[in-house]
Design a protein around this ligand. Structure first.
Ligand code: OGA
Ligand code: MN
Length: 295
């Protein structure tokens, strides 16, 4: 299976032309995407004019889909304007109009502007996200990506030894608070309690070591809270230095896949009271966390 592959950064991210994500996948096509993701961690598929159903079907070839309903959509009604398996990352309301300036979902999505890993506040490790650009603004609104594998490789030997066996706590309320949301309730908090993930892990298929220190990571188990927070920030800053970052400028029809286990990403500003941005995301888990497979 050969497609044209163009690297987008010295360390990671590639654009693949000629691939049709709306088609039925064969084992060879699935392998091609799995291999490309193992190598590049971010894969851009341009020109995908796919329907919601096609996007949802494509995701299912690669892992169990995360349900977006009941996710923290920021809407008090907890309703998603999109089908169950599509997360709404755009700025549109139920009628497809630009969200009002005071809409609660704006505050909720503000956390997306922080460097993060999708759904690391869930107990199951989130494998990939696939974001489809249905309507994109003429300027701004890039999505930035950072390669945490390259960052891990570049850490000092002392730092690697320090962090290799640490466990981090992740909570969505931590990142929402950092993003400026203050009015969440106990019910909110209890609906998504904190979870723990290894800070450092090896990704299957690529066999590369990486770390997960995005905005949902709140503290390090067994470490003083402020020391843990400082370490998480230091690791996040290290991974997001320019050399490890690819900034994606969206074109209508782009489908961008990223590996949440070994990259960080963030949304960037655009004139969101003026331009529509309709972005729909499928997100998949691993079938089983690789560290659970020890005998
Ligand atoms: C996401 C996300 C940022 C963006 O969909 O997970 O963080 O630029 N999106 O839309
Ligand atoms: Mn995200």
């Amino acid at each position: 299976m050969t497609f044209d592959i163009k690297k987008l950064n010295a360390h990671f991210a590639a654009e693949v032309t000629g691939f049709d994500a709306g088609a039925e996948m064969t084992p060879a096509l699935i392998d091609f995407i799995e291999d490309a993701m193992a190598e590049y961690a971010v894969v851009v598929l341009p020109g995908q004019n796919i329907t919601d159903d096609q996007q949802i079907a494509f995701a299912a070839y690669f892992g169990p889909r995360e349900s977006a309903s009941g996710s923290a959509s920021g809407d008090p009604s907890r309703k998603n304007r999109l089908p169950k398996y599509l997360f709404d990352a755009g700025n549109l309301d139920f009628d497809g109009e630009i969200l009002a300036a005071d809409h609660p979902r704006r505050v909720m999505r503000a956390g997306d502007r922080l460097w993060h890993t999708d759904s690391s506040f869930n107990p199951m490790p989130t494998k990939w996200s696939m974001l489809s650009g249905r309507i994109v603004p003429p300027e701004g609104g890039n999505t930035d990506f950072a390669d945490a594998r390259a960052a891990y490789d570049a850490l000092s030997a002392e730092m690697k030894t320090r962090i290799d066996d640490l466990v981090a706590e992740h909570s969505i309320w931590h990142s929402r608070e950092k993003g400026g949301m203050t009015d969440f309730t106990l019910e909110h908090e209890q609906s998504l309690p904190p979870v723990m993930h290894p800070l450092v892990r090896t990704i299957p298929r690529s066999n590369r070591k990486t770390y997960m220190a995005g905005a949902h990571a709140s503290r390090i188990i067994g470490m003083d809270a402020s020391e843990g927070a400082t370490l998480i920030q230091e690791l996040s800053d290290f991974a997001t230095q320019d050399a490890f970052v690819y900034s994606h400028k969206w074109r209508t029809g782009d489908l961008v896949i990223w590996d949440n286990r070994c990259t960080l990403h963030r949304g960037t500003p655009f004139e969101d009271l003026k331009y529509k941005r309709d972005m729909r995301r499928t997100t998949i888990d691993e079938y089983a966390p690789s560290w659970a497979a020890v005998g």
